[in-house]
Write a protein that binds this ligand. Structure first.
Ligand code: HEC
Ligand code: HEC
Length: 195
């Protein structure tokens, strides 16, 4: 008897959690429709100065939405959009974008001088120590590989000028303090072309 009710309990639990996750997926798809016009239907942006979100770490997307909502990260576009999101919406959106296939650069054999300089800048400043070996992002640190070049350049300038403040560790303002305009251009070019 006890065994049977335990089995029934497990079956009910699976049924409930199964329904819940199915609901979350459709909820986040519905939410993400409002983002697709700018960030791309597949989370890969074709819009100037607008980041691709596909394949970003769940935690990164959640934190950035929280920062926009609190005004800690300032954007006239994203501020009002994030203000309308609940914590649950933010969790669903983080999970949703993390599962989309990341942007893939068309370029296959980028070996120009700017790419080589960019790689040296990335190695010298140990970007991989936080953004992961393949620059695919880790936890609160963004995926950089395949991101739009204009977005990367803007983000680095914003961190350096103090317009954008990172998370509590403030790591990016320290990192960009040491980068020249030319370094930022080169490293962005290198990262945008990475697959
Ligand atoms: C009208 C265009 C527009 C819409 C709609 C929009 N965004 Fe954005 N989003 C932007 C722009 C532009 C930026 C870059 C702002 C900046 O430089 O801080 C951005 C930045 C972001 C970022 C930071 C990413 C990064 O790599 O730094 C996240 C996360 C984000 N948006 C999520 C969303 C979500 C989720 C939605 C839908 C609920 C959404 N956005 C709707 C234009 C838009
Ligand atoms: C000590 C850890 C650390 C190091 C080293 C580091 N980063 Fe970051 N980086 C972060 C974190 C954390 C974020 C998210 C910042 C935030 O909270 O807004 C970030 C954000 C970024 C962003 C913004 C991405 C986006 O889509 O909004 C760019 C671009 C970036 N880093 C590039 C670099 C480059 C290039 C280097 C090396 C020259 C580097 N980072 C080194 C931790 C680091």
């Amino acid at each position: 008897m006890r065994f049977a009710s335990a089995v029934i309990g497990v079956v009910i639990f699976i049924a409930i959690s199964g329904c819940a996750s199915a609901a979350d997926v459709s909820a986040s798809q519905a939410l993400a429709e409002a983002c697709a016009g700018c960030h791309g239907a597949d989370g890969v942006s074709q819009t100037e100065l607008t980041p691709s979100l596909a394949g970003q770490p769940d935690e990164f997307v959640q934190w950035q939405l929280v920062y926009y909502r609190s005004g800690m990260r300032k954007s006239e576009v994203m501020g009002p959009i994030a203000e309308a999101l609940s914590n649950e919406d933010i969790r669903n959106l983080g999970a949703y974008y993390a599962l989309l296939p990341p942007p893939r650069s068309e370029e296959t054999s980028a070996t120009d001088a700017l790419v080589q300089k960019g790689e040296q800048v990335a190695l010298r400043h140990r970007c991989r120590s936080c953004h992961a070996d393949d620059y695919n992002g880790f936890r609160a640190a963004a995926r950089l590989s395949g991101q739009r070049e204009d977005v990367l350049v803007k983000a680095l300038h914003d961190f350096k000028s103090g317009k954008r403040v990172g998370s509590g560790v403030a790591s990016m303002s320290e990192v960009t303090y040491e980068l020249s305009d030319g370094d930022m251009e080169a490293v962005s070019h290198y990262l945008a072309l990475r697959r």
